[in-house]
Write a protein that binds this ligand. Sequence first.
Ligand code: MN3
Length: 208
Amino acid sequence: MPFRLPELPFAPDALGAHMSAETLEFHHGKHHKAYVDKVNSMVGERGLEGADLSEVIRAATERGDKGLFNNSGQIWNHNFFWQCLAPPQGQRPTGRLAEMIDADFGSTDAMLAKLKDEAVGHFASGWAWLVLDQGKLAITSLHDGDTPVAHAGMKPLLTVDVWEHAYYIDYRNARPAFVDAVLGNLVNWEFVAQNLDGDGVRRADQES
Ligand code: MN3
């Protein structure tokens, strides 16, 4: 079986003006789908039929296969990104996650400001990440299709897609406004808190 485009975990109009149905139609329905189609066209000739998505990413890393790496990494990154989003209901981090954020950054607002700086400051295409690194929270970014799946010990908690295709419809070229809208309104903090178990990679993995 080839890889499939996973369904969005919310209705296409559920994120309101922060991320429009038209953006999701293009970002999920065309960009994310294109990565799925591309990888499905590549795995056969590379002897990787039947491998899980994470196994394809790791094989591409070991082989230095840039094309397969970026396309398969982008499938996983988008699988994870959609789960990081939820309809805007004034949600904020709670419980152990909130305590860890306060301990490592001082406050939720301070953490969000740092994550925004990383997202806005990342040159060209990539992803900003909140990760768990040796039991502490950390903020970083990865370039193009690079993904925590390829970095042993990097446990993903939350990501923001800062490829221009994530915001050009709703925000034109204004990446800071897009990042503010996502971090201030759309984060699924329950999903982020679940990932404190270190099992985030599995939650966006796929069998083929
Ligand atoms: Mn994208």
